[in-house]
Design a protein around this ligand. Structure first.
Ligand code: DC
Length: 215
């Protein structure tokens, strides 16, 4: 069973994906972390994340063992991620790893949940369950600001909002695998939903698609 979760930044994809993974014994891949890791490596090399040669080199030689590093959650990593993600050769370099993870989830998991921007459209177009999670721009910026403040970062909502608009535009307007809901995705607008309500709705969809009940 493969669950594809896509949507813009701050919509609640990660929270939902992690919870589905725990509940249904699925392996979880945060594909944004791959792009963040590539972006960060380019910054650490002292290069420009928008430079195709540097970004492609970083993607082709990426070490996927450090994907849970807290440094990847920083806003400069997010910004660099969205720039490297617009480069077709970077996306191509990361595709096999994502597809392989989805098809051969690490044991003892019986399936996989991947979240990102193009999971339902490009990475796993045959996934039996695709969810596109979205929320209003203001709500997403509010959530992201609180998340940063919780981590002790002095975030200002107007600044977070401006960064989010720039990142949304880059993710939506790029030519290769732009942020988009697959035709067969179920769209969940979480603007007025809390995390429990989002999870309950997605879990009901999962159960009805698989005929499974939670362990
Ligand atoms: O989900 P996130 O905020 O960690 O993603 C960081 C950036 O990576 C995002 O701005 C766009 C890019 N990304 C992508 O292009 N495709 C994916 N499947 C996942 C993320």
């Amino acid at each position: 069973m493969i669950v594809a979760i896509d949507g813009p930044a701050g919509a609640g994809k990660g929270t939902l994906a992690r919870r589905l993974a725990r509940e249904f014994n699925l392996a979880y891949l945060d594909t944004g972390a791959l792009y963040r890791a590539v972006g960060l490596r380019v910054l650490e090399m002292g290069a420009d994340p928008a430079d195709p040669a540097s970004a492609t080199h970083a993607a082709r030689t990426l070490d996927v063992s450090g994907l849970d590093s807290p440094r990847l959650r920083d806003e400069d990593a997010a910004d660099a991620a969205s720039k490297v993600a617009a480069i077709p050769a970077v996306r191509a370099a990361l595709l096999d790893f994502q597809r392989n993870f989805a098809k051969n989830p690490p044991s003892p998991c019986t399936g996989a949940v991947l979240d990102g921007r193009d999971i339902g459209t490009v990475v796993c177009p045959d996934a039996p369950l695709k969810i596109f999670v979205t929320a209003s721009l203001e709500e997403r910026a509010r959530r992201r600001t609180l998340e940063l403040q919780d981590k002790g970062i002095d975030a200002i909502q107007d600044r977070v909002l401006a960064d989010m608009i720039a990142r949304d535009e880059r993710d939506r307007d790029r030519k290769t695998a732009p942020l988009a809901a697959a035709n067969d995705a179920i769209v969940l607008d979480t603007t007025e939903m809390n995390a429990d309500a989002v999870f309950d709705r997605a879990a009901a969809l999962f159960r009805s698609r698989t005929g499974r009940i939670a362990d």
